[in-house]
Design a protein around this ligand. Structure first.
Ligand SMILES: C[S@@+](CC[C@H](N)C(=O)[O-])C[C@H]1O[C@@H](n2cnc3c(N)ncnc32)[C@H](O)[C@@H]1O
Length: 260
């Protein structure tokens, strides 16, 4: 193996992750940081190590996919969700919602949705699937144990009602909230997408994808939403020329599926 092109191919067959879909400069920088951290100086030696050392392989995937998250991240946007989007989705005496939290990392985002709906729309029946490519973050999500940093933005009333502070200073989420979310491994770039969602939340992952990969994912989200359903994206993201793919930018970071 001589360079990055071959390394990408080998990583694809080893892990199923297509590095071509991620922005190259950023990926190369992250890969070379980790490569030097493990004491290797070229892609070949690094790849051979990843092949043999499952722990390094898991760390590599974890590091590559950047899984920082927090509860109620960007509070203003959650307020728009609560006061505008959810009431609109429930119009016409609708009393159930089908929601997908894609690239959910450690679960902070789907659990925020559950708490908000329980508090503000207690009569609504919710089906919430949360997915991520990384099994390690999914395992942490199912455990539901968080640092004080993760819950910093969460309204204090939610913290006292739904978390139990442990002796080690961590906050354990209540079973009542945990059992409302179904976690599943899913690669946005290669797995099938379910359909008929009222709301898809996918924040702070598409920024790492190339423009082509991102556009493909937006089109597939469009197909997965029911007519007039919403896509909620991250605070540094936007869909360029959204109308071309039949989305309307209704509020910042919220795109409504137009009926074709
Ligand atoms: C920065 S976190 C975002 C977490 C959460 N959505 C938020 O905004 O707080 C990005 C997540 O995307 C996941 N990810 C990266 N590539 C992915 C892919 N191809 N398919 C699904 N998830 C992916 C990572 O594992 C990571 O957990």
């Amino acid at each position: 193996m001589t360079g990055y092109e071959e390394f990408k191919k080998e990583i694809m067959s080893l892990t199923g992750i297509d590095l071509n879909a991620y922005k190259e400069r950023q990926m190369k920088r992250r890969i070379s940081t980790l490569c030097s951290k493990y004491g290797f100086h070229n892609y070949e030696d690094f790849y051979q190590d990843l092949r043999r050392n499952k722990e390094h392989q898991a760390q590599f995937l974890n590091y590559l996919t950047i899984n920082v998250s927090e509860f109620y991240r960007n509070p203003m946007q959650w307020q728009v969700l609560e006061t505008k989007i959810i009431p609109e989705l429930l119009q016409g005496h609708k009393d159930s919602l089908k929601i997908w939290s894609a690239a959910c990392s450690t679960g902070d985002e789907p659990y925020t949705i559950v708490m908000m709906l329980k508090e503000r729309f207690p009569h609504v029946k919710v089906t919430l699937k949360a997915t991520d490519i990384d099994n390690e973050v999914l395992a942490a999500a199912k455990q539901g144990c968080y640092s004080d940093k993760s819950i910093l933005n969460l309204p204090p009333a939610y913290v006292s009602k739904y978390f139990h502070r442990q002796e080690n200073g961590k906050y354990l989420l209540s079973e009542e909230i945990k059992r409302c979310v179904e976690f599943q491994q899913h690669n946005l770039l290669s797995d099938a997408y379910d359909t008929n969602y009222d709301l898809i939340v996918c924040r702070n992952v598409l920024i790492y994808f190339t423009e082509e990969a991102k556009m493909e994912v937006f089109k597939r989200f469009h197909h997965s939403l029911r007519p007039n359903g919403y896509l909620f994206i991250g605070s540094t993201e936007q869909i360029l020329q959204a109308k071309n793919i039949h989305f309307e930018s209704k509020y910042s970071f919220f795109y409504k599926k137009l009926v074709e």
